[in-house]
Design a binder for this molecule. Structure first.
Ligand SMILES: Cc1cc2nc3c(=O)[nH]c(=O)nc-3n(C[C@H](O)[C@H](O)[C@H](O)COP(=O)(O)OP(=O)(O)OC[C@H]3O[C@@H](n4cnc5c(N)ncnc54)[C@H](O)[C@@H]3O)c2cc1C
Length: 391
């Protein structure tokens, strides 16, 4: 059979661009398509990512970074707080990106590596033909079909590629954080830290964040679980802003969902791999998904090369991709899903007690794992069932 491409990547977020870049560098004939007319815009993200997550794959460019922070401050429902150093605080703390620039830079890297990049083009369906896949695309009202050996679905939370391939990507209502965020100007905060407010009084089933972007400018947003509140996220965020930043100006609004199911059991089917939010790879505890989308894209791009070399596009062969992401961040997804479920059951008093119990610690030095062990030791009645995850 004649193929137009070795690989078509659907969606040019961080996951798709990384997959296209990696596969093109490996010599595959790659097409990267994006339905929006501009890669990276509109932004649906708080833009936080750790230095390590980027350094692992890229020479970091200054223009990607709006602000570098030294750590995170976490506020409990009673006002008590803890401060953590960036390297201890996980995948979302370190840099606040300009995703409009960053996402485009990744797509440019894919193009430089040899991938063909096409915007304003939507994948509308696909079907298996012989050993390959026929993808139907729509570009400015015109439909056309292309044949490929492999498809990487990097089409985000609203992914349809998985469903087309027969992978069950269904999210229950309690597995989607419903988010809204304002880019605010003229507000007062410590710009060296990202700030998180926890508790049902602020954000039922989620948290409020403030990620500094510049002088008096920050992404201020919220994620809530629809199973935990009858009000939408805007109601809760507006109440918070009215109290804390009544004089701030809102200069941009974004809304979106984050999958917090904790990852698919398997992200592959015959001829198809899913990466990033499409594979539900966002962290269920923090909602952060940039780092895992980049890693997943890298692994999928490498496995695409192996599959083309072996001329084997079967699900069995592509399970190599499942092994790679599971061996890297799969265990963290699993653990953090357990912790998220535990936190969801806590009332605000219990949460406040936990935060108070470690508020005197030097969290510049202590790792997240060590912090969890201390929390369990200090609060055995509340956290004893988590001991096997950390001790
Ligand atoms: C409000 C909010 C705040 C967030 N804050 C953070 C944060 O601070 N840090 C963090 O790490 N994560 C954050 N996230 C999550 C993060 O944005 C995602 O996990 C990340 O963007 C996932 O990358 P991706 O490449 O998988 O998908 P996306 O970035 O969603 O990209 C998917 C792309 O596919 C395109 N697409 C979809 N369907 C088609 C189709 N049929 N044909 C062609 N193209 C298609 C879309 O237009 C889109 O460009 C946040 C999410 C939200 C909603």
């Amino acid at each position: 059979m004649d193929y137009d491409y070795d690989l078509i990547v659907i969606g040019a977020g961080p996951g798709g661009s990384m997959a296209a870049k990696t596969a093109a560098e490996e010599g595959l004939d790659v097409l990267l398509i994006e339905k929006r007319q501009e890669i990276g815009a509109p932004v649906r993200c708080a833009e936080g990512v750790s230095r390590e997550a980027l350094e692992e794959f890229f020479e970091i460019e200054k223009s990607w970074i709006a602000r570098e922070v030294v750590g995170a401050v976490i506020y409990g429902p009673d006002g008590s707080s803890i401060k953590m150093a960036a390297r201890m605080a996980g995948n979302e703390v370190g840099f606040v990106l300009e995703r409009k620039i960053f996402d485009r830079a990744l797509a440019r890297m894919a193009a430089k590596a040899g991938a063909e990049v096409v915007v304003k083009t939507t994948a509308t369906s696909m079907k298996r033909i012989n050993d390959g896949i026929e993808v139907e695309l729509k570009r400015m009202g015109e439909s056309y079909k292309l044949r490929t050996k492999l498809v990487i679905g990097a089409d985000g939370i609203e992914s349809r590629v998985g469903k087309w391939a027969g992978i069950d990507t269904t999210l229950k209502i309690g597995e989607i954080e419903s988010c809204i965020q304002y880019l605010m100007a003229g507000i007062d905060f410590d710009p060296d830290y990202t700030h998180f407010w926890l508790g049902n009084c602020y954000a039922p089933g989620g948290y409020i964040w403030l990620f500094p972007k510049g002088d008096g400018v920050a992404n201020v947003g919220i994620g809530v679980l629809p199973t935990k509140t009858r009000e939408g996220p805007k109601h809760h965020l507006d109440a918070f802003i009215k109290e804390r930043y009544p004089d701030g100006e809102i200069i941009e609004i974004v809304a979106g969902g984050v999958p917090v199911s904790g990852g698919l059991e398997s992200a592959v089917a015959d001829n198809v791999m899913l990466v990033g939010d499409a594979a539900r790879h966002a962290d269920p505890m923090t909602g952060g998904g940039i780092a895992n989308a980049i890693k997943g894209g890298y692994f999928a791009g490498k496995v695409a090369k192996e599959a083309v070399e072996a001329e084997n596009f079967s699900r069995e062969f592509l399970k190599r991709y499942d092994e790679l992401w599971k061996g890297d961040f799969g265990e963290t997804l699993r653990k953090n899903k357990i912790i998220q479920k535990k936190i969801l059951k806590m009332d605000d008093e219990t949460l406040a007690k936990l935060i108070r119990s470690v508020s005197g610690y030097d969290l510049e030095q202590i790792s997240l794992r060590r912090l969890m062990i201390e929390l369990i030791k200090k609060n055995p009645r509340i956290l004893w069932d988590l001991r096997d995850l950390f001790m």
